[in-house]
Design a protein around this ligand. Sequence first.
Ligand code: FAD
Length: 474
Amino acid sequence: MVQQDDTDARPVPLPPMMALMTALLWLRRDLRLHDLPALLAAHEAGGDVLPVFVADPVLLASAGAVRRAHLAAALEELDAAYDGAVVVRVGRPEEEIPRLVGEVGAGSVHVSRESTPYGRRRDARVERALGDVPLVATGTPYAVGPGLVRKADGEPFRVFTPFSRAWREHGWPRPAPVPAGLTWQRGVESSPLPWADESPLPAVSCGEATALARWEEFLAGGLADYNRDRDRPDLDATSQMSVHLKYGTIHPRTMLADIAAHPAGRSEGAQRFVTELCWREFYADVLWHRPESAWSDLREELRGMEYADPEGDAADRVRAWQEGRTGFPFVDAGMRQLLTEGWMHNRVRMVVASFLVKDLHVWWGHGARYFLAHLRDGDVASNNHGWQWVAGTGTDPAPYFRVFNPVAQGERFDPDGEYVRRYVPELAHVPGGAVHQPWRVPDGLAHGYPERIVDHAEERAEALRRYEAARRRS
Ligand code: FAD
C-alpha cells in the first residue's frame, strides 16, 4: 500500500501516467467532506474523483440493525453533501473495488488507513486484487495514526498514562482543507442499500452537518464544565460525539483544533475532554499492535478464569440483563437506554459491564458482542478494550477486586434518580434517590418492577474467589 505520513497527511504525488485518470475515493468510516486527507489526495491525482462506499456483507452481518440503519442515513446525507456523486456497491470489496476501477479506468484508489484486524486483512486482499493500480492510504480516523506513538526504544506503549503524554507531545497535523476545484466522476451505476429501511429505532439525523452542529453546541455549552459533570448520566453533560467519530462524520483533528482555539481550551474541562479523545486513540493503538486483543484477554493469567455459560446455566440471568430486568435500577436503566436509543452513558456502560462479568460471572466477550449489536457508536477498539478494562483483563485494568456496586453507583451518579425514572417507568412513582433501592420503599415493587436476580454481596465474593483461583492456576 502506498502509505502517506500521518503526521503530515499531505498527498504524495503519483507517477505522471496516473495523473488525470479518475481517482476512486473508497469511503469506509470517514463519511464527511471536511478534513479528509484521502479526498485531498484523490483530487491531487489530477482527474475526476469517484466516491464509493462498498456495503460489505461480512462487516454488516456483525454490525446489527441499529448501526446498519445509522450507516444508511449517514450515507444518504453524505451523498447530498457530495452533490449526488456517491456510488454504492454491495459485495466483497476485493471484487467490487477492482470492478469499479475497471469500469471507469481509474488510476488510483484512495482510502484512510484502517487499523482494525478485519479492515487490515480486507485492505490487503483489495490491494492484491488491484494489481498495478495503487491503493493509497492518506490519514486515518485518528489524530495520530495507530502505531505511530512509541516509546524512545521504538516499543509500543502498554498503559494509558505514558501513551497519553507521548501522544500530546507527538502532536497532530492541522485539519485538511476541502479541495478547491473538485470534480466528481458521474454516470456510474449505484446499488440501493439492501437494509436501508430496517431501522429498529427512530431515525436520527446523523451526517456531517449534524456532527458539526452538535460539536458547536457542546463547545459553547459543555466543554468548560465537562470534568465536573461528565460522570452524571442524569445530565446532558457529555458530547455524544462518539457516534460521529465512529462513522467519521467529524474527524478528531477538527475537534482538537477547535479546542485549541477555544477561550476555554486550556480549562480543566477541555483538557479532560482531550484525555477522553486520547483513550479512543490509545485503544486503537493497542488493537494495531495486538489485533488478537479484540477477542482474547490481554492479561494471560486470567485466561483460565471459570465463567458461567450465557447459553446454559446463566441464560435466564443474561436475558434479564439484556432486557433491563435485573432488579437493579441503575443497571436496568442503562440496558433500556441502550435498547431504546442505541447509546449509553460511559459511567453506566462501566456499571452494566461489571454486573455481567462480576455479578453474573459471564466472560466479557459476550457482553462486548451484545453491545456491538446494539450501540450506534459500536467500535471494536473502544468497546472491546472498554470491556476488558472493566473485566480486569485488559490494559490499565481496573483492579479485578474493584467490583462496581450497582446501588452505590446509582446513588452517587444519579443522586435524584432522574436517570432511572426516565428509562424505568415501573419506578416512576418512587421519589428521589430512593429509586435505587425500591425494595426498601413501601409499594416500591408494586408496578411490575422485578425482584433482584442476584445478591450483589454474595456474587462479589464469588467473583473474587474465581479471580484468586485463576491467579493460583496461572
Ligand atoms: P464524551 O464523554 O463526550 O467523550 C468524548 C469522546 O472521547 C467520545 O465520543 C469517545 O470518542 C472518546 N471516549 C470517551 N471515553 C472513552 C473511553 N472510555 N474509551 C474510548 N474512548 C472514549 N466508545 C465508543 O465510541 N464505542 C463503543 O463501542 C464503546 N463501548 C464501550 C464499552 C464499555 C464497556 C465501556 C466502559 C466504554 C465504551 N466506550 C465506547 C467508551 C465510552 O463509553 C463512550 O465513548 C462514551 O460514552 C461516548 O459518549 P460521549 O461521546 O458523550 O463521550
